[in-house]
Design a protein around this ligand. Structure first.
Ligand SMILES: Nc1ncnc2c1ncn2[C@@H]1O[C@H](COP(=O)(O)OP(=O)(O)OP(=O)(O)O)[C@@H](O)[C@H]1O
Length: 211
């Protein structure tokens, strides 16, 4: 499923009465990858949460296919279209990788055990399907969360620091998966301190220079 265009229209964010960014406007088309860059504290996570519809902007609007993602039917539609994976893996330690994925996907796109095992294999977790997640390493926990990118069908991915704690081979595999999603017409918005200059066509929004 191809996404519709995303438009940021004069977005601003204030936290604790400090302006992080203002007058942020841009348009993203299907097939685009946007890297949100900037120093620590510049507002990258805040912007991704605003774009995911989890934090209201202090000014401006964001539209998906022409409808505001903050109100009415546009809000509900946006939540069905976008997959947000935050910088914390957001998985439950007492549950296995398989149970975590079944639970996370049930909210939007119920999946079977076979599909979950295939996704866990894709992220290098074959043999760890039944292990409680508190017994996994930091990188393995993040891989469990990232397995959703192989399971769910959202056209827009919003990823906060997806490469954190991932080893070199895992980074390459994830970069390839992100680029393949874009080549199929999907859209990816992500923050990372990891350089992406080697990937063709990635747009960069630098919050360190946005004001
Ligand atoms: N829940 C919150 N309440 C108030 N202020 C917050 C909250 N979360 C973040 N902030 C503040 O907003 C600013 C931007 O934080 P944010 O996490 O968006 O930055 P970032 O660019 O993602 O940083 P990093 O590169 O360190 O992850 C920081 O000064 C932070 O203290």
């Amino acid at each position: 499923m191809k996404p519709l265009p995303v438009e940021l229209d004069g977005l601003a964010c204030e936290r604790d009465e400090r302006e992080l960014f203002a007058s942020l406007s841009l348009r993203l088309e299907p097939g685009e990858v946007l890297q949100v860059a900037g120093p620590n504290g510049s507002g990258k996570t805040s912007l991704l949460r605003i774009m995911a519809g989890l934090l209201p902007p202090s000014a401006g609007d964001m539209r998906y296919g022409g409808n505001s993602v903050y109100h009415g039917a546009g809000r509900e539609d946006w939540r069905r279209q976008r997959l947000y994976i935050g910088h914390a893996p957001a998985i439950k330690g007492a549950l296995t990788a398989e149970e975590n994925l079944a639970w996370l996907c049930a909210l939007s796109f119920p999946v079977g055990t076979e599909q979950i095992w295939q996704a866990l294999e894709q992220v290098g977790l074959r043999g760890f399907e039944d292990v409680p997640c508190h017994n996994l390493s930091a990188g393995q926990k993040r891989r469990v969360a990232l397995a959703r990118l192989y399971l769910e069908q959202h056209p827009v991915w919003i990823l906060d620091e997806p490469f954190t704690a991932i080893d070199k081979a895992g980074v390459t595999a994830l970069e390839n998966h992100i680029m393949a999603h874009a080549q199929q017409g999907g859209m990816v918005i992500m923050t990372t301190h990891h350089g992406l200059d080697h990937l063709p066509g990635v747009r960069c929004l630098d919050l360190g220079q946005a004001n």
